[in-house]
Every structure is written in C-alpha cells, then in structure tokens.
Design a protein around this ligand. Structure first.
Ligand SMILES: [Zn+2]
Length: 240
C-alpha cells in the first residue's frame, strides 16, 4: 500500500513537471520570421457556404487567416484544381454516393461531390481573402486519376507538387498551416510537411473540418504523433 502511494505521488510530480514547460511555451507569442511561411489551404468557393462541398463554418476562417497573414513575410495559397470527371468525384463511380469510399491503385479514396473544377467560379479563391502579399499559388489535384489533399504530394504518395523544393529554395524552415479542411487537406499538408523535414504548426481556429467517420479526431491524433504543433491564432504575434 505504501509503495503504491509513493508511486502515485511520483506520478503526480512527473505530471506537474511535464505540464509546466508546455504551459510556459503556450504563453509566449510566436513571432514568424523570414524562415517561416503561412500555407493557406483551399479557401475556395466550393468549400464555403453555398459551395458544392461546403465545410461547416468554413467562412469563419477567412477573417482569422487575413489577420494572421499580416505577421508573415511569406504566404503560399493552395487551390484544389480538378479536371471535369475527376477520379475523386462520386459522380464518376457508378452506384457510389459522396462520402463513400473506393479502392484506387494508390489506396482508399473518399468520394466527394463534384467540386473545384478548373476555371469554374467554385474553384476560385474566396473574394473575402485579403492577402495581397501572397507570393505563390500551388494548384493540386489536376491529374484526372489521382487526388491531392496535400499541398506537398499527390495522393499516390510520390508525385511532388514542387512545394517542398520551393520552400527549401526560399530557405523556409517552418510552416504554419491554415484553411480547409482540417481533417483532409490541412492535415495531409501538415503530415507531409513533417516528412519533408519542416517544423509544422497548425492554427486550429484558422481551420474547419469536414469530420466524416471520425476523420477529425484521427487527423489530430496523426498530426500529434508526427510532431505537428497545434496552436491558436492568438498564439501568433500580429502587430496592429
Ligand atoms: Zn478535391
């Protein structure tokens, strides 16, 4: 009994000791430097209210992203950019409905309503996004037979979008990810960013999720395991 109590007491001390530094870390504002970039993922009409694949509360990320973007010298935007009849559309798989899955040569693919078709109004970036200093737009998912949630790699896990090379060429070491949707394009971008050797932060209140079949909880768990840091927009120092 005594031993058990001692063990419990030790556990209590350890828990306190591990809690304190992280609490201190969270309190210090993060100042993005020249080696930092903000990646703004898929803030496009199709994913916003009225769009064909609207993410709940998706419009709420826009003012948050506009605000934090002012803290970044480097901002990269992404645009989901599919061919008509893209393999990720439920409409091209007979008998399948959106949010069901199919097995494709590169793995399991969630099927979506038609969205972000190249050159359409739905694929356009939100007109409310106000980041004139954004320096690059990465388009993804433009190969008809391969999807691309990630801004770094297509869903086959090997075809590069060129983003990692661009960031390395600009001497960027850390990326901050915001946008839509948390559990798909944001999470896959964050995970691939880690694999490519970047320090990765996801700004939680600058993202919204789709959350189908537990995907949101799984995405956060996968990101935590990969060393992605979960922060809030208030953690970033933005000068007025
Ligand atoms: Zn898509």
């Amino acid at each position: 009994m005594l031993v058990r109590r001692q063990v419990l007491a030790m556990l209590g001390t350890t828990a306190l000791a591990t809690l304190a530094p992280s609490a201190l870390f969270a309190a210090a504002p993060i100042k993005p430097d020249e080696a930092s970039a903000l990646l703004v993922i898929d803030v496009q009409n199709c994913f916003l209210p009225g769009g064909s694949l609207a993410v709940k509360e998706g419009e709420q990320v826009v003012p948050v992203i506009n605000k934090i973007s002012k803290a970044f010298a480097n901002v990269v935007l992404t645009q989901d950019w599919h061919t008509p009849g893209h393999v990720s559309f439920a409409s091209v798989h007979s008998g399948k409905k959106p949010f069901e899955t199919v097995d494709l040569p590169y793995g399991k693919q969630v099927l979506w309503p038609d969205h972000c078709v190249q050159g359409t109004e739905g694929a356009a970036l939100s007109k409310d996004l106000s980041i004139p200093h954004a320096e690059l737009i990465i388009r993804k998912g433009f190969h008809k037979n391969v999807d691309s949630y990630s801004a770094f790699l297509e869903a086959d896990g090997k075809t590069s979008t060129g983003l990692a090379g661009y960031l390395r060429g600009r001497k960027i070491k850390r990326v901050f990810v915001a946008g839509l949707a948390t559990d798909f394009c944001v999470a896959w971008t964050a995970l691939d960013g880690r694999k490519a050797g970047f320090e990765v932060y996801v700004v939680e209140d600058a993202c919204r999720g789709i959350d189908t079949q537990g995907s949101l909880a799984k995405a956060w768990a996968d990101m935590a395991k990969a060393g992605v840091k979960r922060i809030q927009s208030a953690d970033i120092a933005v000068s007025a």
